[in-house]
Design a protein around this ligand. Structure first.
Ligand code: GLC
Length: 578
């Protein structure tokens, strides 16, 4: 069956070069049946809201059958729907209805690992050492006299060794299997032809149902060093001055590019334009954009931007290096402030930015630093205007549009992220950005669930409803209305979306400096300003002093009210130039 896109989808082969994609974490978006967990019919009920927000596409986190040991990233069947979320008919209705509103649908594919309940892993356990069934995963004998040490020194992203030992049919401790995440997420062996076939078939299955693209989970992890060589202390991402040829044994292995060349052929075999976005944490820009060569992925998340502190110099540097790297392969950049794995931007920017350490930006990294949520909120709004003005596409994680902060005080025993168990509670994990959304001022779970429903799967703060969609709808000073206004301007302004930008230096009055020239110059001052043709400028004031805007410019939208025509601290403005 091949469903062609309904005519209500804009005819636009390059939609992915400029799309604003709204990320839906289905467990926490909207609960239609009152079990305290969000579901597909909940998403369907909020499609008019998403249309009113003005986004171009939704990305739905995994909705496949799963034992939920890692919130759906442990998939037991790639071509079906998790009953907690609904049915295949619900999913098909969602795709059709979204298309009817001009919204494209991106799914999340998880090719690095399956669930331990996947039929293949169950077969591998049953078949025993040396069997063809075990070849689909990464089974090895342990080290040490009794094989009771893991096969190598790799570590799980969720804490502890990356290996789990199985009990064989005879009841004795046996082989170990690789799992870079939770024990219930065995890594698959991408050198096995069944794996490649399974995933290309899965892509086709969903493309045939009208899905417009995929976000690819842990895209840089699929291929492992052939000898499973030890890390011997090697960290990741590799430092900027790493010589060519030095590779990490399980992240960003060169062989991974062959996988995506095949996937690109699958996408390109459709008449409608299908697109990929890779979840690729590799640090160095040129290693990221290697995935975006014309025969590989269309886009990748820009995590360097997400991780940059709210400081003019750092922001300017990351924007410049991002754009230069993407220009070199002809791919559009993406601008990302948050997702379901990281501390919400309001709470990240609420910390003293000079004190932030490089590293994975989940809540644990910020605990203990002083918090100024007011500053965080202002900066997150300014960052939103900045990111929507930059060349390329942008992502909005559900709740960012209403300015939600991270929920930092979820008790450890209510937290569900496997990171908490994996680290014996030393890391609080990622639940604080996954709290079910507030839709209404009052009512059961602030409108997340229908009246009389079970408690939401994660506890919501007592004042959650004050941040709700209902509390902000129609209030011109609200975060929600700022997003709506900016997205409406972006949809029609010829300078916005894909294209180019030019830094301007407001302080020296020296006029434009081209992007390439700007590359190596350390940024000075506390303002970022750039223009885009025709006639558009974005100014962001990071400093304490209110800033005069260029003469003759009209303010299209600003993240705070201007005071006496001046741009206040931590504020961004979009300008129409004469
Ligand atoms: C990705 C997902 C994250 C998940 C992990 C393992 O990083 O975004 O939520 O835990 O992969 O699948």
């Amino acid at each position: 069956m091949t469903v062609s896109a309904p005519s209500s989808l804009p005819v636009d082969r390059d939609w992915w070069r400029h799309a604003v994609v709204y990320q839906i974490y289905p467990r926490s978006f909207a609960d239609s049946n009152g079990d305290g967990v969000g579901d597909i019919n909940g998403i369907r009920s909020r499609l008019p809201y998403l249309a009113s927000l003005g986004i171009d596409a939704i990305w739905v986190n995994p909705w496949y059958p799963s034992p939920m040991k890692d919130a759906g990233y442990d998939v037991s069947d790639y071509r079906a729907i998790e009953p907690v979320f609904g049915t295949m008919a619900d999913a098909e209705a969602l795709i059709t209805e979204a298309h009817g509103l001009g919204i494209r649908v991106i799914l999340d594919i998880v090719p690095n690992h399956t669930s331990d309940q996947h039929r293949w892993f169950q077969a591998a356990l049953a078949a025993g050492p040396g069997s063809p069934e075990r070849e689909r995963f990464v089974f090895r004998e342990g080290r040490g006299p009794n094989g009771d040490e893991p096969p190598n020194d790799w570590q799980s992203e969720f804490g502890g060794p990356a290996w789990t030992r199985v009990t064989e049919a005879d009841g004795r401790p046996g082989q170990w299997y690789l799992r870079l995440f939770a024990p219930e997420q065995p890594d698959v062996n991408w050198n096995h032809p069944d794996i490649a076939d399974e995933f290309t078939e899965t892509l086709r299955f969903w493309f045939d149902r009208g899905v417009d693209g995929f976000r690819i989970d842990v895209a840089h992890g699929l291929i492992k060093d052939a000898d499973l060589r030890d890390l011997d202390g090697m960290g990741f991402p590799l430092p900027d001055d790493t010589p060519e040829g030095v590779e990490h044994p399980h992240w960003d292995q060169p062989g991974v590019h062959d996988v995506f060349r095949t996937w690109r052929e699958v996408a390109d075999s459709y008449a409608e334009p299908k697109a990929f976005c890779g979840e690729i944490w590799v640090g160095r820009d040129h290693r990221l954009t290697a995935y975006l060569r014309p025969d590989e992925l269309h886009t990748a998340f820009n995590f360097n931007f997400l991780m940059a502190p709210w400081l003019a110099g750092a922001m300017r540097e990351v924007i410049t290096s991002t754009l230069n790297a993407h220009i070199s392969v002809g791919a559009p950049a993406t601008w990302v402030l948050g997702n379901h794995d990281v501390c919400r931007p309001v709470s990240r920017y609420a910390r003293p930015q000079e004190l932030l350490q490089p590293g994975f930006p989940n809540l644990q990294a910020y605990l203990g630093l002083p918090v100024d949520l007011e500053a965080g909120r202002r900066r997150a709004l300014a960052a939103a205007l900045l990111s929507l003005a930059l060349p390329g596409g942008a992502y909005i994680y559900q709740g960012e549009e209403v300015g939600l902060a991270e929920v930092e005080d979820i008790p450890l025993d209510a937290r569900q992220d496997p990171i908490v168990a994996g680290t014996d509670g030393k890391d609080v994990g990622r639940d604080g950005c996954r709290v079910p959304l507030p839709w209404a001022l009052e009512g059961t779970s602030a409108g997340f669930s229908p009246d009389g429903a079970a408690a939401p799967w994660l506890p919501q703060p007592a004042d959650w409803g004050t941040h709700s969609v209902e509390a902000q709808d129609g209030d011109p000073s609200s975060s929600l209305e700022l997003y709506r206004k900016a997205l409406a301007i972006r949809a029609h302004h010829p300078a916005l979306g894909d294209g180019e930008m030019t830094w301007v230096d407001p302080a020296s009055g020296s006029g434009p400096s081209s992007l390439r020239q700007a590359q190596d110059r350390p940024s000075s001052g506390s303002v970022l300003a750039f223009t885009r043709e025709p006639g558009f400028a974005c100014w962001v004031n990071f400093g304490d002093e209110p800033l005069p805007l260029p003469e003759g410019a009209t303010v299209l939208v600003a993240s705070e009210e201007l005071s006496g025509g001046l741009l206040p601290k931590d504020t961004a403005a979009w300008l129409q130039l004469p």
